[in-house]
Design a protein around this ligand. Structure first.
Ligand code: ZN
Length: 77
């Protein structure tokens, strides 16, 4: 019931060991290098915002491009 905190860092699972943690560049459990994952998450957050704006302004071409990038980043919703 406490999963919806207002933290700016979204909850995140290590892609190697699945340990739950806030976004960081090195996993606190297995020390995996997560820099690319962190970068992808930040990029996805940015693209999500831009996608929402494109939807609101009815820019279908931009919406399609941004949605494709989100899928590529593995952040489908
Ligand atoms: Zn890990």
């Amino acid at each position: 019931m406490t999963s919806s905190s207002m933290s700016s860092e979204p909850p995140f699972r290590c892609s190697v060991c699945r340990a739950r943690q806030t976004l960081r560049e090195t996993c606190r459990r297995c020390q995996a290098d997560l820099r690319l994952v962190v970068h992808a998450h930040r990029r996805a957050a940015y693209v999500s915002t831009q996608l929402e704006k494109a939807r609101q302004s009815g820019d279908r071409d931009r919406e399609t491009i941004l949605a494709a990038e989100l899928r590529w980043l593995g952040q489908t919703r």
